[in-house]
Design a binder for this molecule. Structure first.
Ligand SMILES: *[C@@H]1O[C@H](CO)[C@@H](O)[C@H](O)[C@H]1NC(C)=O
Ligand SMILES: *[C@@H]1O[C@H](CO)[C@@H](O)[C@H](O)[C@H]1NC(C)=O
Length: 189
């Protein structure tokens, strides 16, 4: 009796699952595609810049509409050992983005990882490379982000990475020089 109930329950559950067949892992709230380039190789930099324009065109045209491009880093930043820039995609654009990056990355390496609260695992066990793989700097990563999750939110004004260099605003820069100088002078007195 108990056994036949068990069988019925399992059968029912299997049928119910079979009709939806969806996998929606709420732990993953987005993905990062990191495009890597060698910052001392002009041909590679140029390829990275045109690839970036092609990504933006895909975003604008709609196939990757729930992705956004982040700033252009002309050298190592965080765990990334060479020049890179990030395309953040929500789940709603992941399949289009993945196919597109796979087919079009050319000579550039793409590091793809999910965004969960487990930053270290996302960049180690769960990582995928298109093209040559690279060793990343694990010391720059947290094990657990807790609720400081990295989301694919709209860009902030200062983040509109236009492929140029990072600019330093002159006024705060001058202020810091003046302060540094005063501290130096005071310490000499
Ligand atoms: C990703 O999803 C979040 C939450 O729905 C939304 O606020 C954000 O604008 C989306 N990002 C992109 C690039 O579509
Ligand atoms: C990849 O590198 C080769 C050799 O340097 C070059 O001929 C080719 O144009 C590059 N591909 C792209 C998409 O730039």
């Amino acid at each position: 009796m108990i056994n036949s109930i068990k069988v019925l329950v399992i059968l029912g559950a299997t049928l119910a699952l079979g009709t939806t067949q969806s996998f929606d892992d709420t732990e993953i709230h987005g993905y990062h595609f990191h495009t890597y380039f060698f910052q001392t190789d002009d041909a590679n930099i140029n390829e990275a810049k045109s690839f970036r324009e092609a990504i933006q065109a895909q975003i604008n045209a709609g196939p990757m509409k729930n992705c956004r491009l982040n700033r252009f880093n002309e050298g190592p930043v965080g765990p990334h050992p060479i020049g890179s820039y990030e395309t953040c995609c929500n789940k709603t654009s992941i399949s289009e983005a993945m196919s597109w990056f796979m087919l079009n990355h050319g000579n550039l390496t793409i590091l793809l990882h999910p965004l969960t609260r487990w930053e270290m695992v996302d960049h180690t066990d769960r990582v995928m490379f298109f093209g040559d793989s690279h060793k990343i700097k694990l010391s720059a990563l947290n094990e657990d982000l807790e609720d400081h999750l990295d989301l694919c939110l709209p860009l902030l004004e200062e983040d509109t990475g236009d492929g140029g260099s990072i600019s330093i605003s002159p006024v705060p820069f001058l202020y810091s020089l003046v302060i540094l100088f005063s501290v130096k002078i005071i310490s000499l007195l």
